[in-house]
Design a protein around this ligand. Structure first.
Ligand code: ASP
Ligand code: MG
Length: 418
């Protein structure tokens, strides 16, 4: 069996869904499991619904209607006959959602979030599977919540591999097109859970692992994994082969194409992962597999913007030692600063962090009691895998370099744009 994942951007309108059909015609659909995300920006739109719900906002109803209208337009573009049962099926899902909003009594934000946000995937897969049947493909719609079992850590649930393995190997039928939802699971009490934003790739990885799949393909609007973001680098080129290890390293440094969580189960069973273009499905794209790492020795660039560079030095010239460092890290963790680079000397300690929640202003006074604190805001962290002089020059030109760190395979440079 092959596992295909289509993300939100690939099914954002009727054209996108028709294109999924075209891709399947070209690459085959027998013995395939499709994992599909919510259409376009639906997850964000449902997050807005959740926000309105908790704030008891007047906009609640209109925000739900917006999601409805969006999907309804897609239905009208895909099916000319409003009597097609897909209209009723999608309607039922919206009724369920509205029933939940009207009757829920749980004050648990994360629980409520998962119960609501999951409709994005339930609706998208319902539309997709009706369309594929309508076009004559024998399709089975699977409710992923019967397969992926998790704990009750809503919004970031952890997979129960044993239970999941048992249900998947028993119930996924071969020799047809299976369609299921990315991102979702269910807990012991059968309440819906989610695997974290952008979790659909991980779903594909979980199924592939449990089915001993032949391969996973993530269909994207780019030709594959590039060595740099073409928006920021001229001459970005496609990496045709990368090893699991390299892909995990790249994800660690902030490359967003493949999530490391997705790679782990695949690597364990050596199932290859392809990243391919849904616009040009016959192109080879990128293959992530076990294998020789020779070809990707060209430099790869990963850019993280809006970083904060903090330097701490001891006030009395005493050394910054283990106990200081562990205390500093505990504080970063507590204030949800994500550390992306560390450099220390005897009396000073520098870190490049991401301050997503803007907590540094509260942390700074605490740190200042013990250390002299210097910081630079809005800096950029460049990571170059397999660097060479030319690659470093490309990054450094016209910028002020604040910090540079070099290890065997990786160079990291923190810069301030001039
Ligand atoms: N729809 C979910 C999200 O946008 C899951 C995914 O797209 O992977 O986060
Ligand atoms: Mg999405």
């Amino acid at each position: 069996m092959r596992v295909f994942k289509f993300g939100g951007a690939s099914v954002k309108d009727a054209e996108g869904i028709k294109n999924v059909y075209d891709v399947l015609q070209k690459v085959g659909y027998e013995d395939v499991l499709l994992v599909v995300s919510a259409m376009g920006k639906t997850t964000n739109a449902l997050e807005e619904v959740i926000k309105n719900y908790f704030e008891k906002s007047e906009e609640l109803n209109s925000s739900v209607q917006e999601v409805k209208k969006y999907h309804n337009q897609i239905l009208l573009d895909l099916f000319d006959d409003e009597k097609n049962e897909v209209f009723a099926a999608v309607n039922t899902l919206f009724s369920e959602l509205e029933y939940f909003l009207a009757h829920n009594k749980s004050p648990n934000y994360n629980f409520v979030y998962d119960q609501i946000v999951s409709y994005g995937e339930l609706i998208s897969t319902t539309i997709l599977s009706h369309f594929m049947s309508f076009m004559g493909i024998k399709t089975q719609w699977l409710d992923v919540r019967n397969f992926i079992k998790t704990n009750s850590n809503y919004r970031d649930a952890e997979v129960d591999w044993e239970l999941t393995q048992a249900t998947i190997s028993k119930n996924v039928k071969k020799k047809m097109l299976n369609i299921t939802q990315g991102f979702l699971g269910s807990d012991e009490n059968n309440f819906t859970t989610t695997l974290g934003r952008e979790g659909s790739d991980y779903t594909a990885g979980i199924f592939a692992y449990c089915l001993n799949a032949e391969s996973v393909t993530i269909w994207k609007d780019v030709p594959g994994v590039m060595n740099a973001d073409p928006r920021y680098f001229e001459n970005a080129s496609l990496l045709s082969h990368i090893s699991y290890r390299e892909a995990i390293e790249m994800a660690f440094y902030g490359a967003t194409v493949i999530h490391p969580k997705t790679l782990q189960p695949l690597q364990k069973k050596e199932i290859p992962l392809y990243v391919k273009s849904f616009i040009n499905p016959m192109l080879a794209g990128t293959c992530v597999s076990k294998g020789s790492d020779s070809e990707w020795q060209i430099p790869s660039f990963i850019v993280k913007r809006d970083q904060l560079l903090i330097s701490l030095s001891s006030i009395d010239f005493s050394f910054i030692m283990e106990e200081n460092i562990s205390e500093i890290f505990a504080l970063f963790h507590q204030f949800k600063l994500k550390v992306n680079l560390i450099q220390n000397s005897a009396i000073s300690f520098s870190v490049c962090v991401e301050d997503k929640f803007e907590n540094f202003k509260d942390l700074n006074p605490i740190l200042s009691k013990k250390f002299k604190v210097d910081f630079d805001e809005n800096v950029t962290l460049y990571t170059i895998r397999h660097f060479n002089d030319k690659a470093a020059q490309t990054v450094e030109q016209n910028k002020t370099v604040l910090l540079k760190q070099v290890s065997r395979e990786t160079m990291q440079i923190v810069t301030k744009e001039n």
